[in-house]
Write a protein that binds this ligand. Structure first.
Ligand SMILES: [Zn+2]
Length: 266
């Protein structure tokens, strides 16, 4: 009995040794989270930028806002409705500089459904779409050229998550879409918590400039100014309590807060 049991005990001893020898860091290492700022175009008359962001969470990737349409890339400035806009380089081209193809993008998340935030969605027809439910519900009665960008998810059966309230994207609190309605019914901002840089809050279009952020002014053209005022209060209280870095999508000065692409913030 003893001689038969010995190999089993030996095996258990070896197993225990292997478990002890495995660094705890290899077992419980949190996923690496990194954040890149991408150029998604510019508004020439108002000198506003249009930024998109790439977030890496371990081996998964998420885009936050999809900017101006890819068809504008590397062409002279164009008029889109009343706006003179230009796009130098597409998201696909910028991702290629990180050796990423569109197939590697797991999530395409938008702050809201305006044309300067959804333009390059069609380049990622296999990714899971994250959008505020209020904005999704309004697509059929909105501008057809906007609804067109959502076809892979409205008609093609691509996966989507319609966000009501807040959404902890990866389930560990590192990347959270938080509801800031008012600019549009389903508008969201994004909180990304990085190991070294700490909390970073991406405004969406709650604000257009740092000046508006500091003055807490409500932009014209809001769907619901009262809701925006409540969202501004929420955003500002979060930023103060977290001591977060606040990055405004359309303020070109805010691009300088971030490392120059292709360097990430981590
Ligand atoms: Zn915008």
């Amino acid at each position: 009995m003893f001689s038969e049991g010995f190999p089993m005990r030996q095996a258990l001893t070896v197993l225990a040794f292997l478990l002890l020898a495995t660094p705890q860091s290899a077992l419980a290492q949190p996923p690496q989270v990194r954040l890149w700022t991408l150029d998604c175009g510019a508004f020439l008359a108002t000198h506003e930028s249009d930024e998109c962001y790439l977030i890496q969470h371990g081996d998964r990737y998420m885009l936050w806002d999809l900017g101006l349409g890819e068809e504008l890339a590397a062409r002279p400035a164009q008029m889109v409705r009343k706006y003179q806009v230009a796009l130098v380089v597409s998201l696909r081209q910028q991702l290629a500089m990180l050796s990423l193809t569109p197939e590697k993008i797991d999530y395409v998340a938008v702050s809201h459904s305006h044309f300067d935030h959804v333009g390059q969605l069609p380049a990622f027809p296999h990714a899971t779409l994250l959008i505020g439910k209020g904005d999704w519900d309004a697509l059929p009665t909105g501008r057809p050229e906007i609804a067109e960008r959502f076809k892979p998810w409205s008609e093609g059966g691509a996966p989507k998550i319609l966000v009501e309230g807040d959404k902890d994207v990866f389930g560990d609190g590192t990347v959270v879409m938080f509801a800031t309605p008012g600019h549009t019914p389903g508008h969201h901002s994004l909180l990304v918590t990085l190991k070294n840089a700490g909390p970073v809050m991406l405004s969406g279009d709650l604000y257009d400039t740092q000046q508006q952020y500091h003055d807490a002014t409500v932009l014209p053209g809001n769907a619901d100014p009262a809701a925006t005022r409540a969202s501004i209060k929420r955003f500002n209280e979060m930023a103060a309590s977290l001591h977060a870095m606040v990055v405004i999508t359309h303020d070109p000065a805010d691009m300088s807060k971030m490392p120059l692409f292709p360097q990430p913030l981590d």
